[in-house]
Ligand binder design. Structure first.
Ligand code: NAP
Length: 259
């Protein structure tokens, strides 16, 4: 299916690896030119080059921390007329809810809520003027089904989810949509880090912990980041113009509820 976004320009934050990179690659495959950002310059340029070589689109790599005002300014300056924004950042640390300090709570709210809100504020009026905008926020399945050691993630991302729910209805008439993608377990560096820390806590090896987690998956496997990228590209498509303010869970059936 032609997604109708060839020639559009997308900002993809936190996109040198993992889910952000998969979203960037899926958009590039549709003929979308990109501004991709991550903190480590060499990794960001390497990802940009791989996408250029594979998909033949223009990709600008920006070494920037999206959780800082200076980082966001650098990203927005590199892409002053973005049609698509994919918000993403690293996830907050895991831990027992009793252990988190006020500083850690403020950092999680900054990194996983305020950073996305500020990026949205930076692009939204241009999208409204040009009568096309697609904003996708990478949040987490923990917004729908909280996980014991991820309370920082659940709470901060829930704030963003509420914001998107309200603002999406204010911009929908301008053909600007805003949706959240909620990843369950996808095989990325971050995911492998979580398996490692849980294995350590359980006093077992990585492979055994991985198997224990796999056994809980109705799909019998974890997600492939390319599946996540494909869902993102669809939400950014011309055809998805009537889908807004939604939270799409991608978890291979892990969440047990009907709705
Ligand atoms: P990942 O494989 O570790 O990749 C993270 C990417 O984000 C890297 O490119 C990293 O590059 C970049 N990044 C991190 N912090 C950044 C910052 N402050 N500014 C700019 N770029 C930044 O992680 P992932 O698994 O793709 O996860 C992406 C998001 O989805 C995270 O918030 C994670 O918590 C959430 N999530 C993931 C899963 C999963 O199963 N994978 C499940 C639920 C939620 P640099 O380090 O060079 O900046």
């Amino acid at each position: 299916m032609d997604l109708g976004i060839k020639g559009r320009h997308a900002i993809v934050c936190a996109a040198s690896k993992g889910l952000g990179r998969a979203c960037a690659a899926a958009l590039a495959r549709e003929g979308v030119s990109l501004t991709i950002a991550a903190r480590t310059a060499a990794d960001t340029e390497a990802a940009a080059e791989e996408i250029r070589q594979t998909h033949g689109v223009v990709v600008t790599a920006v070494a920037a921390d999206v959780t800082t005002p200076a980082g966001r300014a650098a990203i927005l300056a590199a892409a002053p007329q973005a049609d698509i924004l994919v918000n993403n950042a690293g996830g907050p640390p895991r831990g027992d809810f009793r252990s988190f300090t006020a500083e850690q709570w403020m950092a999680a709210v900054n990194d996983n809520m305020v950073a996305a809100i500020e990026m949205i504020r930076g692009v939204i009026d241009g999208m409204i003027e040009r009568r096309f905008g697609r904003i996708v926020n990478i949040t987490s399945s923990t917004v729908k089904g909280p996980v014991a050691d991820l309370s920082l993630s659940t709470a901060a991302r829930s704030g963003l989810t509420g914001y998107v729910g309200g603002v999406a209805r204010q911009v929908a008439r301008h053909n600007v949509t805003m949706n959240n993608l909620l990843p369950g377990p996808f095989e990325t560096d971050r995911f492998r880090g979580g398996v490692t820390s849980r294995a350590k806590a359980a006093g077992i090896g990585f492979a055994e912990q991985l198997e224990r987690q796999r056994a809980t998956m109705p799909a019998g496997r974890f997600g492939d980041p390319s599946e996540f990228g494909d869902a993102c590209a669809y939400l950014c498509s011309r055809q998805a113009g009537f889908i807004t303010g939604q939270n799409l869970l991608l978890d291979g059936g892990q969440f047990p509820g009907v709705f």
